[in-house]
Design a protein around this ligand. Structure first.
Ligand code: F6P
Length: 342
């Protein structure tokens, strides 16, 4: 069998580990041949390929990014996009496709499956917001990077008796902020799921400042105040209709300085959270999902996605991962508030 493989959407540490898992088992156990599609859905859309052999995956277990490249190309928005993909897959004699991606990439995979194409999905996003999988790879690495950054910001904030607002990724789900805020001992953590009252935030900051003479605030890029709108970088949308967020931290630092009288600064961690080598958890999760995807191919489990339930890798319907985002439950946020201002 000739198997196509692609990685789509924002990259996440762990992508190469999935590729290594699928290709190693696919070739050694099942004698498959792999066709690597470059740059997400752009690859099958434009027929851009590269070989993926055992030699290609031999030394990528500690490598961030993706050897296949990625993009946010949305074939559904392109005239005859899906038909062009079908045509190219046929031309290249590709029998089945492994799509590694988040909501958008897997949404396209679902469409292809509905057209009877043989697709298997692997969930990916640093945001950890895909349904029907307990964790996505990349998330633990992002939280580790963000926590290390917050640890470093503690010492400079303490030296200057400042408030430091740290903006992390998370458009609609605040998992990275929630876990970074608790691990990094933030005075307050703000997430998109829970609108914040700026006066309450200022009270928590002042309380922490009374104790420590400095405070750290962690805010997800998509966090909203009770009387504000999303803060966007510019008005352009990507191919899947997402706005580019950034700037919530800067505005928040300004308001906090006005309300508390404490000198405040902000820092945006941005793509630092997606770059570099994956932590061991993400490497192993990626490897295991890749192995399971090869098994799913062998079992003909098309239209399925491999997923993490507890500590087990299971198969679920591809479409059950997309559509509804896995957001932070109210009780998880309430749990974290015990440390706010404390
Ligand atoms: O989808 C993951 C993510 O890292 C989001 O957290 C973030 O908002 C977005 O990607 C950034 O996308 P881009 O790299 O296209 O700017």
């Amino acid at each position: 069998m000739r198997v196509g493989i692609l990685t789509g959407g924002g990259d996440a540490p762990g992508l190469n580990n999935v590729i290594r898992g699928v290709v190693t088992k696919g070739i050694n156990a099942y004698k498959y041949e792999f066709v690597g599609f470059k740059d997400g859905w752009k690859g099958p859309l434009e027929g851009l390929t590269r070989p993926v052999t055992l030699a290609d995956v031999a030394h990528i277990n500690d490598e961030g990014g993706t050897i296949l490249g990625s993009s946010r190309t949305n074939p559904i928005k392109i005239e005859n996009g899906v038909a062009r993909i079908e045509e190219n897959l046929k031309k290249l004699n590709v029998d089945a496709l492994i799509a590694i991606g988040g909501e958008d990439t897997l949404g396209v995979a679902t469409q292809l499956h509905k057209k009877n194409f043989k697709v298997i999905g692997v969930p990916k996003t640093i945001d950890n917001d895909l349904s029907n999988t307990d964790y996505t790879f990349g998330f633990q690495t992002s939280v580790a990077i963000a926590t290390e950054a917050v640890d470093r910001l503690h010492t400079t904030a303490r030296s200057h008796h400042r408030v430091l607002v740290v903006e992390v990724m998370g458009r609609h789900a605040g998992w990275i902020a929630l876990e970074t805020g608790m691990a990094g001992d933030a005075a307050v953590t703000l997430i998109p799921e829970e609108k914040y009252d700026i006066n309450q935030v200022a009270t928590w900051v002042k309380k922490r400042f009374e104790r420590d003479q400095y405070a750290i605030v962690v805010v997800a890029e998509g966090a909203l105040s009770t009387d504000g709108d999303l803060v966007t970088k510019d008005s352009t949308l990507d191919a899947f209709g997402h706005v580019k967020l950034s700037g919530v931290g800067e505005g928040l630092a300004k308001r906090l300085e006005e309300l508390t009288g404490i000198e405040s600064r902000s820092v945006v961690l941005g793509h630092l959270q997606r770059g570099g080598t994956p932590v061991a958890f993400d490497r192993n999760l990626g490897n295991r999902l890749g192995l399971a995807a090869a098994d799913a191919l062998n079992d003909g489990a098309f239209g399925q996605m491999v997923a993490l339930h507890g500590t087990n890798i299971v198969r679920v319907a591809l479409e059950s991962a997309t559509g509804v985002l896995k957001t932070v439950p109210a009780e998880r946020y309430r749990e974290a508030t015990a440390f706010f201002g404390a």
